[in-house]
Design a protein. Structure first.
Length: 312
């Protein structure tokens, strides 16, 4: 594996549903990431926050209902909170692993805002799953009480959905570039970034969750990264998923993936955004490649031994 600049997108579901669980899981995450660093690569880390931001929002809502605070916390602020505590856990674990490997580098978390268009049609059609999984009955009851919208999520249960507007630019991009140039490992655009719109008074947070894979693609394009590495729960992307004729995808072209999208091969709430993010990156960076695989197979995938590898 030649030295590369790699944007690595970690899935929020791999980070744990509680602080205690996450503290344990990020140790394994840190080991996998530091192995990539040991190969001489520069890595920039993004992460999801679907379970975490939902947990924060639920906790704030619970407190509000018991008059501990007077209003529920807006989603933009919940996203900022999730960036802080997930980044803290990741940077602490990565720092400890770097010390164990005697690698003299620092890891830093940037609370990052990502600009979206206030007229994005996503605000009229919430699609991004966040928070806990519920049964159909539980979701229906919460829907009645709080007017939230729920959808069935890839056979795993029902989750609340919120708007997921398209990321257009990253506010703190120049700071991220400076930190990378100074040989730091940067954790940024956590949860897809804090969604903000441009106003006459400056940036303003909005109630939404930007898809972290699409923000990661935007980041990888802007940084002119060599690789966009999206880590999820599977080693390879499949077509005909959960069917007798299920087949794994190895090296695949953008044209092939677009054909599979038309055939509705990828679930909207899970794999489809990852595929779209990879296509976006490769089309805007013809020399780059995008990879989808699992955390434990990341090193092998970077060496082209496994994973789904997308090239133009």
């Amino acid at each position: 594996m030649n030295e590369k600049k790699i944007v690595i997108a970690l899935g929020g579901n791999a980070l744990g549903n509680t602080c205690e669980e996450q503290l344990e899981l990020v140790k394994n995450t840190a080991r996998a990431l530091v192995k990539i660093i040991k190969e001489g690569n520069d890595i920039i880390i993004s992460h999801g926050n679907g379970p975490q931001v939902g947990m924060i929002n639920l906790a704030m809502d619970f407190s509000a209902n018991h008059n501990v605070i007077k209003a529920t916390m807006p989603f933009a602020e919940c996203g900022a909170m999730s960036q802080g505590y997930i980044g803290y856990h990741l940077s602490q674990a990565i720092g400890a692993e770097l010390d164990r490997e005697n690698i003299d580098r620092k890891c830093v978390t940037i609370i990052t805002q990502v600009v979206v268009d206030k007229d994005d049609k996503a605000f009229q059609n919430p699609t991004k799953p966040v928070g806990m999984f519920y049964t159909k009955e539980e979701a229906f009851e919460i829907e009645k009480q709080k007017k939230y919208q729920f959808v069935e999520d890839a056979g795993r249960g029902y989750r609340r959905v919120v708007p997921s507007p398209h990321p257009t630019s990253i506010v703190e991009l120049d700071v991220v570039k400076q930190l990378i140039d100074q040989n730091n490992i940067v954790i940024t655009i956590g949860g897809g970034g804090i969604p903000v719109i441009n106003t006459d008074q400056g940036y303003k947070g909005v109630d939404a969750v930007i898809d972290k894979d699409k923000s990661s693609s935007r980041l990888a394009i802007d940084l002119k990264a060599d690789v966009l590495l999206i880590l999820t729960t599977v080693e390879k992307v499949c077509i005909n998923y959960n069917k007798p004729n299920c087949a794994e995808l190895g090296e695949v072209s953008v044209a092939e993936l677009k054909k599979y999208i038309v055939q509705n091969e990828f679930a909207k709430g899970s794999m489809l955004p990852k595929i779209e993010a990879c296509i976006d990156f490769v089309e805007n960076n013809p020399q780059g490649i995008a990879i989808i695989t699992s955390l434990n197979k990341a090193g092998e995938a970077l060496n082209r031994k496994t994973g789904t590898i997308i090239k133009k």
